[in-house]
Write a new protein. Structure first.
Length: 120
């Protein structure tokens, strides 16, 4: 009976550790995606500014002529190529809480249970 209880405790601690690792990995991916999005927005702003700076000043049209069309920065084209070079980070799904009703562990002791499991 004691071996069965011990095996059950190890199983619960193992699953607690697995969920903790999955939550940490998910948070890391979220952080990576947030950083990628910030860099993407910065690169877009820089490319738009560079494009605007490289455009010559439009000349005044002669009387009766239409003003020449000023080329516009193609944001979709830039983002398409940026996304090809820097693919999106795949974020794993939400990690479901795995609660056991045969061993109630207070929230403040979960880390301690995991540490004991990892040491043993």
């Amino acid at each position: 009976m004691i071996l069965a209880i011990d095996a059950r405790k190890r199983d619960v601690a193992f699953r607690l550790n697995e969920n903790k690792v999955k939550r940490e990995e998910r948070q890391e991916k979220i952080d990576q995606d947030r950083e990628r999005t910030e860099k993407r927005n910065e690169a877009l702003a820089e490319a738009a500014e560079k494009f605007k700076a490289e455009q010559p000043e439009p000349e005044e049209p002669a009387e009766g002529e239409e003003a020449p069309e000023v080329p516009a920065f193609d944001e979709k084209y830039f983002l398409f190529h940026y996304d090809e070079e820097h693919p999106e980070t795949l974020i794993p799904g939400e990690v479901a809480e795995d609660r056991d009703h045969d061993w109630i562990i207070p929230e403040n002791q979960i880390e301690e249970v995991i540490e004991i499991y990892l040491q043993g």
